[in-house]
Design a protein around this ligand. Structure first.
Ligand SMILES: Nc1ncnc2c1ncn2[C@@H]1O[C@H](COP(=O)(O)OP(=O)(O)OP(=O)(O)O)[C@@H](O)[C@H]1O
Ligand SMILES: [Mg+2]
Length: 269
C-alpha cells in the first residue's frame, strides 16, 4: 500500500509536479533547512492530505505551491487549463477581514481578479448559499461563530473557482462537532466538482476521511516518507470512521508519524 513517489516525468493527468524541491530560510547565520528534497506528482482532481510533525515544512510547501514564496532549489510545475487564478488558499486562523461584511469577504478574490461587482456578488452568494450562509451575507464577521467565519473563508476561496484549492489546517481552530460538520460539507462540495485539493492537517482521522492519498512527512527538513492511498469509496461520510479498516489505517499512519515526532522531541534532527 505504501510507496514514495520518486522523480519522474510529468504525465497528462498531473496537475502539480514538484521535483527536487528544497526550502531554506535565513542567511548564513541562522540557516533553517525547512523542507526537502520533495518529489511529488498530484493528479488533476485528486484530494491529497499532508500530515507531519510540527515545523516539518508543511505550510512552507503549501506557500510554495501558492506562489507566495519560491523554492530555494527544485521546481514546482502546474498544468492549468485556463488563465487567471489557478490556486486559492484557506488558512488555519480565520483570515477574513473584520471590516468587510460577509458578502464582501466572500467576493474579495473576485474583486481582486477584476470581476464586476454584480457577477462577483452572484458568485459570492452562490458559494455562501452552498455553505449555508446566505442569510448572513450582510453580517459583520465579529457577529459570526468560529465555524461560520471559517465557512466564509472557504466560500471566498471557492468563489474564484480555483483549479487548485490549498487548505492549511482549515478546521484546526474549531470544536469537534463543528469540525465534523465542515468536513462533511467539504466532502460534498468536493464531490460535486472534484477540484485538486492539497489539505494539511494534524488529524489522521481527518486525513483519511477526506483524502484520496495521505502524504506523511518526516521531521524537519520535511521529506515525504510515505504516500498512502486511502481505500474507501466515494462518496464518503463520517460513518466510515467506525469501520475496522479505518482504525487500522489510522494506526498505520500513527506508527509512521510517531517515529518522526519522537525523533524531533529527542532533538536528533
Ligand atoms: N519566514 C520564515 N523565516 C524563517 N524560518 C521560517 C519561516 N517560515 C517557516 N520557517 C521555519 O521553517 C520550518 C517549517 O515551518 P512550517 O511553518 O512550514 O512548518 P509546519 O510543518 O507548517 O508546522 P506546523 O505543523 O506547526 O504548522 C520551521 O522550522 C519554521 O520555523
Ligand atoms: Mg503549518
Amino acid at each position: 500500500m505504501q510507496s514514495v513517489d520518486t522523480e519522474r516525468s510529468a504525465t497528462e493527468t498531473d496537475k502539480i509536479v514538484a521535483t527536487g524541491v528544497h526550502r531554506v530560510f535565513g542567511g548564513t547565520g541562522e540557516r533553517v533547512h525547512a523542507l526537502g528534497p520533495v518529489d511529488l506528482a498530484i493528479s488533476d482532481g485528486e484530494f491529497v492530505c499532508i500530515v507531519g510533525p510540527s515545523g516539518c515544512g508543511k505550510s512552507t510547501f503549501l506557500r510554495m505551491v501558492a506562489g507566495l514564496i519560491g523554492p530555494s532549489d527544485g521546481t514546482i510545475e502546474f498544468t492549468t487549463h485556463r488563465s487567471g487564478q489557478s490556486t486559492s488558499m484557506v488558512f488555519q486562523e480565520y483570515s477574513i477581514f473584520p471590516w468587510k461584511r460577509v458578502i464582501d469577504n466572500a467576493r474579495y478574490g473576485l474583486d481582486v481578479a477584476g470581476v464586476s461587482k454584480k457577477e462577483g456578488n452572484r458568485r459570492a452568494m452562490e458559494y455562501l448559499g452552498k455553505l449555508g450562509l446566505a442569510e448572513r451575507a450582510k453580517s459583520w464577521p465579529d457577529t459570526l461563530s468560529g465555524g461560520m467565519k471559517q465557512r466564509v473563508a472557504i466560500a471566498r476561496a471557492l468563489a474564484v473557482e480555483p483549479e487548485i484549492l490549498l487548505m492549511d489546517e482549515p478546521f484546526a481552530a474549531l470544536d469537534a462537532q463543528m469540525r465534523q460538520i465542515l468536513q462533511e460539507e467539504l466532502l460534498e462540495l468536493w464531490q460535486a466538482d472534484r477540484r485538486t485539493v492539497l489539505f494539511i492537517t494534524h488529524s489522521l482521522d481527518e486525513a483519511i476521511l477526506l483524502g484520496d492519498r495521505v502524504l506523511v512527512m518526516s521531521s524537519r527538513p520535511g521529506r515525504i516518507i510515505a504516500d498512502i492511498r486511502v481505500p474507501f469509496e466515494r462518496p464518503r461520510s463520517n460513518t466510515i470512521r467506525t469501520s475496522h479498516e479505518f482504525t487500522e489505517l489510522t494506526s498505520e499512519l500513527w506508527e509512521l508519524l510517531r517515529v518522526e515526532v519522537d525523533d524531533e522531541s529527542a532533538g536528533t534532527v
